[in-house]
Design a protein around this ligand. Structure first.
Ligand code: NAI
Ligand code: MG
Length: 352
């Protein structure tokens, strides 16, 4: 699919969000795409200060009118005193839920030349080339929750974990489809030895597997998966898992390949619509200093072109430009280098 007009909502957010997003926008503009329209919107702590809400209705409207969203980061410690529903992080949770962004894709691989910069041994890290497909709309994050005082005076908090079979089925299809496009190996991660939610998960994944006879399906308990990811990550290609397990495993997997400043993600709805963001947050410790590595956001923009706009060739151009800048030694502080945010943006734009 390529279209004549392409409307991208740009939600830069808080902290380093605007700095890294600016560079990703420069990269998109440098491609000279016909009909590309970028529309900005407010999210997070900055939206709260302007509109009294981290995800104001006009932002949702902008999101709905666009083909895809490029998202920076939200998070602002000056909002810590607010009630939970007004915190900046509610912007990203709200977008995921409101827009039905149920499949979170996080690719993790080591860029050539960075093998010795990860926290794993070089020969282990160099074998990582995997994709985590994490369910994003269900599980314990969206279940009933509460806090109460028991008759004996002890406080009790609870969060209900649940999945309906259709929720599992659609993410299973995302996992199998991703596996078909890669090396046709899918590992489903659950905790079926203990949790009913996971038993249903496993049953449904097995049902769906009948539609993908070419894919080799395996199952792994989440605690073992956490261990295997650092022991022998090269064994994985595509991993499909629920919201909570996927949250933890995808952060873990992404850090096995180097810096948080390099890792992109896509959060997809049915069809081609999606939100694209770096996996990092607003990094208040370096915000406003021009030190943030914008590559994760630039690579997220490449994922946007590929998944939402069908522009595979342009996506590859961006990815090659980033890889080229890295192998030429353009590295931010997160990789032990000295290049600033804008300098890294320049290096990528030059190589397009
Ligand atoms: P963080 O990802 O913002 O920062 C963790 C560490 O990594 C910091 O030392 C930071 O300086 C460094 N870092 C992050 N991105 C970098 C980049 N592009 N270049 C160089 N260094 C980078 O996570 P943290 O500190 O736990 O959270 C800060 C705020 O961000 C919190 O309010 C949190 O809730 C929010 N957050 C938002 C997310 C989102 O918008 N999707 C995701 C994760 C956290
Ligand atoms: Mg997380």
């Amino acid at each position: 699919m390529t279209k004549n007009s392409m409307r991208i909502a740009v939600f830069a957010g808080d902290g380093i969000g605007p700095e890294v997003t600016e560079q990703a926008v420069r990269v998109l503009e440098a491609l000279g795409l016909d009909g590309l329209e970028l529309v900005e919107g407010d999210v997070g702590g900055m939206a709260y200060r302007k509109h009294g809400h981290p995800l104001p209705p006009e932002t949702l409207e902008t999101a709905r009118s666009a083909d895809a969203i490029l998202f920076g980061a939200v998070g602002d410690f000056s909002c810590d005193h607010l009630e939970r529903h007004l915190r900046p992080e509610q912007a990203i949770l709200g977008l995921r839920k409101e827009l039905g962004l149920f499949a979170n894709l996080r690719p993790a691989r080591v860029f050539p030349g960075l093998e010795d910069l990860t926290t794993l041994r070089e020969e282990v890290a160099s074998k990582i080339d995997l994709l985590i497909v994490r369910e994003l709309n269900g599980d314990v994050y969206f279940g009933e929750k509460g806090m109460r005082t028991l008759p004996d005076g002890r406080r009790q908090g609870w969060d209900m974990m649940s999945y309906a079979e259709d929720e599992v089925r659609r993410i299973a299809h995302s996992g199998f489809t991703a596996a078909m496009g890669r090396s046709k190996k899918l590992c489903s991660v659950d905790k079926a030895n203990v949790l009913e939610t996971s038993q249903l998960w496993r049953d449904v994944v097995i049902e769906v597997s009948k539609e993908y006879p070419e894919v080799e399906l395996s199952h792994m308990y989440v605690d073992n998966a956490a261990m295997q990811l650092v022991k022998n990550p090269g064994q994985f290609d595509v991993i499909v898992t629920g919201n909570l397990f996927g949250d933890i495993l995808s952060d873990q997997a992404s850090m096995c390949v180097g810096s948080i400043g390099l890792l992109a993600s896509a959060s997809l709805a049915e069809g081609t619509y999606g939100l694209y963001e770096p996996i990092h947050g607003s990094a208040p410790d370096i915000a406003g200093k021009g030190l943030a590595n914008p590559m994760a956001t630039i690579l997220s923009a490449a994922m946007l072109l590929r998944h939402s706009l069908g522009l595979e060739e342009q996506a590859v151009r961006i990815e090659n430009a980033v890889a080229g800048a890295l192998s030429a030694g353009v590295k931010g502080g997160d990789l032990g280098g000295a290049a600033g945010t804008r300098e890294i943006g320049d290096a990528v734009v030059e190589r397009l």
